[in-house]
Design a protein around this ligand. Sequence first.
Ligand code: BMA
Length: 838
Amino acid sequence: MFRLEINKDWKLHESLLRVEKEQWAYVHGLKDGWYTCSLPADVRMPLIKEGVIKDPVLADYCRESEWIEKRAWWFERTFDSSEVDRDEDIIELILEGLDSRSDIFINGQYIGSHYSVHYPFVYDIKEMIKEGENVITVRVTSGLETVSDQDLSELNHAVCLETDNGGKYRGDARRAFVRRPQYTVGWDWGPKVVTCGITGGARLEGHKKIALREVCLHTEEVGEQAKLKLMLNVENLGFISSRDGAYKVRISYENKPVFEQTYDDRLFTSGYNYFEEEITLSDPELWWPNGYGKQPLYEVQVEAACEGSVEKYPAFSYGIRKLELDTSVLEGKDRKFQFVINNKPIYCKGGNWIPNDFIYARVTDEKYRVLIDEAAEANFNMLRIWGGGLYERDIFYRLCDVKGILVWHDFMFACSTYPDHRQWFREEMRREFDYQTKRLRSHCCLGLFCGTNEVHWLFNSTDNPKWGIEFTYEHQYGMYVANILSKEIIHANCPFIPYWNSSPYGGELPNDDTVGDIHHWQQAYMSKKMEERIEAKDYDKIKAKFVSEYGYVGPCCMETILEYMDGQPLCRTSEVWQMHNNVFEKDTVNTAIEKNYVDHADKLSLEDYITYAGMVHGMMYGYSLEAMRFKEQCYGGLFWMYNDAWGEVGWTIIDYYLRRKIAYYGVKRALAHRKFTMRLIDGSIILQGANDTPDPLSVKADFGYVSFDGTFRETKEIQLEVSPGERTYLLKEKLPDRDYKKGTIMLYIHDENIDNIWLRLDDMRNLAFEKSPVICTADHQEGSDRTLTVHSEAFAHGVHIKGNYRCSDNYFDLLPGETKTFTIKNAGQASLELTSVK
Ligand code: BMA
């Protein structure tokens, strides 16, 4: 076998859309006007490089390259016959990520068309390879040009458009018919940048006698022994003869083999041969979600041999863990929605993931690395891949395996009906689901496949009569793929991975809080009433079993704003600023600043706006994430959204340029693996402890009323115990009658690795405390990192080091008399400015 990457040395030419596949010779013969590129390549990448267009994620430049979707794009590359082994039985051309509608040619001969970015084009070109130079050509268009009004009328035009929410120049209903990343027509969090290109890798692969098509490993039981099931599919490339062969499996851990076996004398009949083997490993090292334990990964190598030909499957790492979704009855109609790993119920915490760029083909491996590291550092154990983007690249899942981040994986449908009454669409979906489930099923990070984003919720006539959709069995508007087809494929390919029809889904109506997950928008950020959008305490009312979406917006740091505004005036009412302001922002940031901090937020300097808005953003996320985790019958909370595809005032805690927003720290504290939370319920203080670690939590603390100036203290020492992996209510006490403007209930924990907390009973600006001096009592440098110890006699709010440092904590509160130590990465010998917000 051989595998030849052909990602370098491509060239690219544009043509009018009407230059179709019949005109291959004309385009091929063009002497001038070719760009050069490497794969993955969105056509915008060489155009930006050559100065033909400006980068669409900056300022308002997205508008000037809208013409790209009105052209056809021709990619060409040559290879020499000497680069491939022509003795192989088949030589497959594999093109990953064709975005979106493509015609493919070898040496001018048309070999097929492809209609989806979500699975690769594969074709055996052996017979077409000639001696010497060969040429591969791919004509790509956005695919949108093929969709007519007549098509859309079959869906009652029921496709969400961002223009309906006030998003200027965004949205395109034709997306429902094209298997392309849905967000690229513009979303609330970014512009219309219709992508186009070969946005994945390309390669040639040769196989002789056999091809090892599939290897799948999963954990059936864990305990003193782990029972694994291995499945492989060996294709015998002979059409009429059976063959004898063998395969070999080797599993190692930390470079030591723990299992090795050769399975001889296998009979390979023509075509596919499925084999299943039980593998038992003693004393397995189990994989756990971040916090709950370690993430040991075994190395798996599988090869098959037949009549002198050896086929090696790419080696992969594997985490041993058993995963289940518990939906058992709680009481009445209420059911759990809890992930159970290695027989231990866990609480899911994290955020929603979208593609990392409006030109996703240019996202680097390093970007994935930083984002997954930062998610793990913020104590995430789950990311939800949202259905309006992409099935991510392999590196994403590998990093989630390594860092212990479970993946809730939507299939790629979002906020639209879909034409699944059409046969071609069902066929496309069958291929897409089949490919993606097989590709991803052996990853230990994979927690759940989910049918769609919001399709059940948005288009049913009870929740949203405005679309006028009546589902019938023959015409299901997207329900067929999510309710039937996907389940059929999962049952065949990976019945061990839980499946959920949609997000949100469960109960009588999809966003019902009795069963399954909810998207908590209506009574929160998307409320028509401004008070409801900005009131943190409302999150205490949540009754849902799992919140997979809700959100709040905040700005990026100054460096990022300067970068994406690209020299445009920094005026917050300008058109360019507004373009980088989330469509749903709708003056919420200013109003919330005024509720929490100061009047006339619109008049604030940009620096103060960033600080106050960031503090509110962090408080809203921190408080809401705590609120969900505080509820005994809530089993997960994921905020919308973790990462960005361009720079804007928006939902995320890490911006497009990978800089942390202020809210990053609020989220990190709320999701700490060992964490205490206090709430006032019916006049009583309730204290909860959460311990998402494998070790018991046992700690002493001082608890009671303390005045903000630190002069009055009425605390007692208490002992707090939380078992491994548990959330427990530790104390219930009537709120004493004290002045809660001048002080509050505080909890000083006698362990510097666990945050102190205070009971928040009012908005910050209604609490009566003066800005207190924060002093730095120690400052150590180790390598380029610094460790600071800070102290305040009185309550200090939003204590922070200015600048864009990665700190172990920042923008935190200090209780009166508290001393806290934190680290600052790469601060070197810089002079650090320590200050507080209030
Ligand atoms: C949800 C998501 C996204 C959207 C977000 C914020 O509905 O599924 O479609 O970006 O809300 O509006």
